[in-house]
Ligand binder design. Structure first.
Ligand SMILES: [Zn+2]
Length: 454
């Protein structure tokens, strides 16, 4: 019996909302793994994350995030004693967070610094904890296994000992940091919102805080949130959904919003040396650093999970949950309120069209929908030209855009290339200030030429 329903029954002995109560009957989906295997898989993947991302090691910050995380997890439905509930902070200014199966949760430093109070960061963590208890990662992996390796399942391969990751990789399942374990469906994201809001409420926080955080981030740090918005439900939908859910949770309380511990941990983070990557790139904001060096004509190849692309070998690569950015030194600039934005380079992400029925969307409409999600944060965004193109036999759309550059007083040109990949919209944005776009054009052409989608 899910705890959620019992609690609701106590709070809401009202007839006529049965279907809504039903929708709060949080039940994990189909899964071939045991919760112990979630933990094993999470642990193996966490080791990979720990060795490939810079982590914040400050004891005060870690103590705070683990205390808060465990306090929240205690209110999660379908919690399992096996879950590790280990929280780490990635030393990146990107505003992001992700959860691995079994309770290994990573929050980016950028997310903690952006949160305006404890309730907001608790909202992010409650959402990620929801992915853990709803077992979204291994649910996705289970579905892929059924499709790809049904015989292995019959053969009981999951029950054998040794590295689970290695066995699954043998079966053709792509696991690891940028893998199926983190590719949550839109439905899983909405469910994580629902469960996360419930956890917030039960832990005594303002249950609006999670959706508010996403809305605040989208408004305040538009350039940093492309990946956050592209694989999470659009903020307005989120807020509406949460607003519908909250009255079902119970009466309004004296909700907790902030704590001295949060303010202390945030202050501590802000006092630490800047995160590597984005922040270590010289800022062109001051005008003293000047433009980035010209892109090298020597290209190097980046292999993504389902695409590859070549990029100049003097550029850096920054990967997050579902997006990859390529940029020259100085290509990421500081903008107001401690945010950072990409002024030069390329960015690849995926977008899930919502407006049309599942799977039945056209490239032009889906691209328009993607542009609509960018417009609120890019009010000057304008389409200059759009035309069809061919990406090694796959039909694609090339859209030339103009918007305001994060460089003060400058306009920006973006070449957006979109194509259908599986059921989502693959998007590549090539970015440069308008004044230098032509100089970057040969590099952009070479990158496009090299792009391969699987
Ligand atoms: Zn999520």
């Amino acid at each position: 019996m899910p705890v959620a329903v019992m609690v609701l029954a106590l709070f809401l002995p009202i007839a006529g909302i049965a279907w809504e109560v039903e929708s709060l009957n949080f039940k994990p989906g189909f899964n071939l793994f045991s919760s112990q295997q979630d933990v094993q898989l999470g642990k193996e993947t966490a080791a990979e994350v720990d060795s490939s991302y810079p982590l914040v090691t400050d004891p005060q910050v870690l103590r705070y995030i683990n205390d808060l995380g465990r306090r929240l997890a205690a209110f999660a439905p379908n919690n399992d004693l096996a879950y590790a509930w280990t929280f780490k902070v990635i030393n990146s200014s990107d505003i992001n967070a992700f959860a691995l199966p079994g309770g290994y949760i990573y929050v980016n430093r950028g997310a903690m610094e952006a949160a305006e109070d404890e309730a907001q960061i608790a909202g992010v963590m409650a959402h990620e904890s929801a992915h853990v208890v709803m077992r979204h990662g291994t649910h996705e992996a289970s579905q892929a296994l059924v499709a790809q390796a049904p015989l292995a399942i019959l053969g009981g391969i999951l029950g054998q000992s040794g590295s689970l990751t290695a066995r699954l990789t043998e079966l053709g399942l792509n696991l690891g940091v940028n893998s199926i374990l983190l590719k949550n469906s839109r439905r899983a994201e909405s469910q994580a919102d629902e469960v996360g809001t419930y956890i917030l409420y039960r832990a005594g926080y303002d249950p609006h805080a999670m959706a508010q955080f996403f809305e605040m981030v989208e408004k305040k740090y538009p350039q940093k949130t492309i990946q956050l918005i592209s694989d999470h439900p659009a903020p307005e939908n989120r807020i509406n959904a949460v607003d519908r859910e909250i009255p079902l949770l119970g009466p309004a309380q004296g909700w907790k919003t902030d704590s001295p511990e949060f303010e202390g941990a945030k202050k501590r983070l802000l006092s630490l040396p800047a995160a590597p990557g984005a922040k270590s790139a010289p800022s062109t904001l001051a005008g003293s650093a000047g433009p980035p060096p010209a892109p090298s004509s020597r290209l190097t190849k980046f292999e993504g999970t389902d695409f590859s692309i070549a990029y100049p070998d003097n550029w850096q690569v920054q990967q997050s949950e579902d997006a990859v950015a390529f940029f020259p030194p100085g290509g990421i600039v500081d903008v107001a309120e401690s945010g950072a934005a990409q002024a030069y380079g390329a960015s690849i992400s995926r977008f899930q069209p919502q407006r049309s029925r599942e799977g039945k969307w056209g490239l032009v409409d889906a691209t328009e929908e993607l542009l609509d999600t960018l417009r609120p944060s890019n009010p000057a965004l304008r389409v200059i030209e759009q035309r069809g193109m061919n990406l090694k036999g796959r039909s694609a759309l090339s859209t030339l855009l103009e918007t305001d550059s994060p460089l003060p007083g400058q306009k920006e040109r973006d070449l957006l290339v979109t194509a259908r990949q599986s059921n989502s919209l693959f998007s590549l944005i090539l970015i440069a200030p308008q004044s230098t776009f032509d100089a970057y054009k040969p590099t952009f052409d070479a990158m496009l030429e090299s792009l391969e989608l699987q």
